[in-house]
Design a protein around this ligand. Sequence first.
Ligand SMILES: C[S@@+](CC[C@H](N)C(=O)[O-])C[C@H]1O[C@@H](n2cnc3c(N)ncnc32)[C@H](O)[C@@H]1O
Length: 307
Amino acid sequence: MRLEGPHDVSTILGRTICQDVLLALPHLPDSFVDLLIADPPYNLDKSFNGQTFKARSPDEYESWLESWLVPLRRILKPTASVYICGDWRSSAAIQRVAERHFIVQNRITWEREKGRGALANWKNCSEDIWFLTTSRQYTFNVDAVKLKRRVIAPYKDANGDPKDWEQTESGNYRVTHPSNMWTDISVPFWSMPENTDHPTQKPEKLIAKLVLASSQPNDVVFDPFLGSGTTSVVAKKLGRNFVGVEIDQHYCCLAEKRLAMASRDDSIQGFHEGLFWERNTLSQQRKRAKPSSQQQSLVLFDREHVG
Ligand SMILES: C[S@@+](CC[C@H](N)C(=O)[O-])C[C@H]1O[C@@H](n2cnc3c(N)ncnc32)[C@H](O)[C@@H]1O
């Protein structure tokens, strides 16, 4: 859909708006968003289905960020959370803009793993996700985003029982509090059902952490740069309402296709039985899985040993 005039919330929930976000924005209602996830073009030359985003000076990138982020404040609830993604080049500009207009709560660093090796520089394999809020009152469900890790040092207490870890048939695990360093998420590999031809698609597991931590069921999640639809798809799988804006028609079609698939399969790779699992634990997850569509997908993914 495209927005030509004012809309109320009921007419846009669950929709993919195929339009420049700056043109859609004036037609969006006030204060309807609980969680905003923005994965804008980073400050590099990048082609999105033929439309190229041109790298610019840090000051110009900062002004561009401000051109959409400041007007977006109007659609946020007073308790809303905002996440903005960037690479090391874009991150400083995001921080400066964020500090002017929001309360900066944290910066998550995601070890992306995949990245082109450089001959005269360090390989670029991390991204930042800035966590901002509009006020001091916001949602953070820490128990919903705990990480299940294999135990390296299996300490036991005086009675010989595991100290803060669990002994299971598939191995020894500890459930840990989530930190701002994310090393358990790989990019969507070609063999994963979530993969599309979008050049900068985010993993569902990464977006799932943001959605589970910073929204409640039925809350509204909004993404102004929807791409292949990851935010909307994850929001749908996790029982949230969603609205996404994407300028490119082909990517909007990808998003719609993925949303249709999500009606049949709501599994999220690497998120199992309410916990996020480390990378390379798919066979253990499978051992614990009950026969379900999720288990079938785990079998399919096992060849890759990711997620
Ligand atoms: C980094 S990608 C987002 C990828 C997305 N997170 C995913 O998982 O697929 C940025 C997207 O913003 C879109 N875009 C760029 N400028 C836009 C604008 N002014 N309005 C809406 N979308 C825009 C691009 O077409 C691209 O798909």
